[in-house]
Design a protein around this ligand. Structure first.
Ligand code: FES
Length: 176
């Protein structure tokens, strides 16, 4: 089936299941769907930052809801990825403040430097570049998010340094 084109190893470990159960404990037994967003974040973090349809089906099974109820949420929010992405995803804010402060040129610069187009991933699987809506750090434009962290007041030199730091394994992705 076409939608299953991207294959992914699904591994709901006991530790991940324990985190999911902890999240579910915050909601009534018959309202498991209410935990969908935090559960998707946990599951995505544990699966190389993307959610295949098989994995979304698994989440639906755990929450006892229909797969379409998971698909419609995953496809709506840009923080959920539906195909394999690079280890480091550069999410450039391209809304008003960042736009007026030159983010489009900076994205072009970054894509050219990495040899990819927006939305693509480098062949070594290290980098993906995407544009997203306002990330709420408008006073520090132009900015982007990598993993859980913001990188602000960007320019070409800072992008060069970030790419070098990623390649050197110096960039932290998660705050937990
Ligand atoms: S406009 Fe870029 S963070 Fe708000």
């Amino acid at each position: 089936m076409e939608k299953y084109i991207y294959k992914q190893d699904i591994n709901i470990t006991p530790e991940l299941m324990a985190r999911i159960n902890e999240l579910l404990s915050h909601y009534p037994e018959d309202k498991k769907k209410s935990a969908l967003l935090p559960v998707l974040h946990e599951v995505q973090d544990a699966h190389d930052n993307w959610l295949s349809y098989e994995l979304q089906d698994k989440v639906a099974e755990i929450l006892e809801i229909k797969p379409i109820e998971v698909y419609e949420v995953v496809s709506f929010y840009t923080m959920f990825n539906q195909k394999p992405i690079g280890k480091y995803m550069f999410e450039f804010c391209r809304t008003s403040c960042c736009a007026t402060r030159g983010v489009e040129d900076l994205m072009d610069y970054t894509c050219n430097k990495l040899g990819i187009k927006e939305g693509e991933t480098t062949v070594d699987g290290m980098f993906t570049v995407v544009g997203v809506e306002c990330l709420g750090a408008c006073g520090y434009a132009p900015m982007m998010q990598i993993g859980d962290f913001y990188h602000e007041n960007l320019n070409q030199e800072k992008v060069d340094q970030l790419i070098a730091d990623c390649r050197a394994g110096k960039i932290t992705l998660h705050d937990k």
